[in-house]
Design a protein around this ligand. Structure first.
Ligand code: PMP
Length: 329
């Protein structure tokens, strides 16, 4: 029998799925790495496991210890699962502007959630900085530090990247995804470029983020926002993202993302979150730029189930001036 040994072994080895409608429209192969099928439900399960393993290997996290993180959602969910599976407690600091679904899930998983006022990164009371400071007060407590802990990027260099390479049998021409910490883009693209330097890497950015400008001009200056997307976009270049060889960047509007998410739902049956919508729009943009016949891979980060109160709330969307295509209008 070929069995997976428990929760942490179930992380990774996700399917690579052909996005049929988008492949037909573009005459390219648009392939999605199904990270929503990880056992904690998102791409961040990999980073959570790698960061905890890194602390265990360094001896900074011992049995019965506490893992602390500043996170707007999926990393906290991944950490809470892995902590339960390995006998640690989990404390999550998050800004108070996040969807209630995420807070509820974290509490269900047994994490202690500390919601703090939403302030910019430069402010000392930013949720990430509060998490880091609190971890220093505990003897057997560690700060996962997903933004600047490169164990996050390593997860994707050692697992997601090699999986994509094997699943495409090396016949990959381009990779694109959006960036929160940058772990996914940086780790996957490092691995792919080492294997085949011609693989084109495109950063997909929502409005209100500084990373599109950073790729295009070298300066991380903020673009006009805001965006209803969650978990992606950044005002700074993290240690995970820095020194990544990125060929291009595309900016995707919320309306393009909403149209993509609803069309995939209505015509293909997929139920995706907002960052996946951004990624699929970017994959189409890359396909249109490169022309027919190319193989383009992106990431299906998480499902739509955490976004009922925003992306899948008609009233919320109409208050933002966003239109739902066809049957859902
Ligand atoms: N999509 C979702 C839904 C996320 O939660 C995140 C992480 N915050 C990302 C994409 C971006 O992943 P990364 O942190 O690896 O850049």
């Amino acid at each position: 029998m070929e069995l997976i040994q428990g929760f942490t072994e179930a992380i990774g080895n996700t399917p690579l799925i052909r996005m049929n409608r988008l492949s037909e429209i573009t005459q390219c192969e648009i392939l999605g790495k199904a990270e929503f099928l990880n056992p904690g439900g998102s791409v961040k399960d990999r980073a959570a496991l790698w960061m905890i393993k890194d602390h265990e290997e360094q001896g900074t996290l011992e049995p019965g210890g506490v893992v602390i993180e500043g996170t707007a959602g999926n990393t906290g969910i991944g950490l809470a699962h892995v902590c339960n599976a390995r006998g640690y407690s989990c404390i999550i600091y998050m800004p108070d502007n996040q969807s209630p679904e995420k807070v509820d899930i974290l509490k269900c998983l047994g994490a202690e959630v500390r919601q703090v006022p939403t302030v910019p990164y430069a402010d000392d009371n930013n949720y990430q900085k509060q998490a880091g400071r609190f971890a220093l007060t505990l003897k057997n407590g560690v700060w996962a530090n997903q933004f600047d802990n490169i164990a996050n990027r390593l997860a994707h260099y050692q697992s997601t990247g090699p999986e994509i390479w094997a699943q495409t049998e090396g016949k990959i021409d381009a990779f694109t995804c959006s960036v929160g910490t940058g772990g996914t883009l940086a780790g996957v693209s490092r691995y792919l470029k080492e294997k085949k330097n011609s693989v084109q890497i495109t950063l997909a950015d929502p409005m209100g983020s500084a990373l599109h400008n950073w790729v295009k001009t070298g300066e991380a200056t903020m673009s006009k926002g805001p965006s209803i997307t969650e978990g992606i976009g950044n005002s700074r270049v993290t240690d995970n993202l820095i020194d990544t060889n990125i060929d291009d960047a595309v900016q995707i509007t919320d309306q393009e993302m909403v149209t993509m998410v609803y069309e995939e739902l209505q015509t293909e049956g997929w139920f995706f979150g907002s960052s996946t919508g951004i990624n699929l729009c970017a994959a189409v943009a890359v396909a249109n730029k490169m022309g027919p016949g190319n193989v383009i891979v992106t990431v299906l980060c998480d499902s739509g189930s955490k976004y009922q109160s925003r992306l899948f709330n008609t009233q919320f969307l109409s208050n933002q001036g966003l239109k739902i295509p066809s049957t859902h209008s």
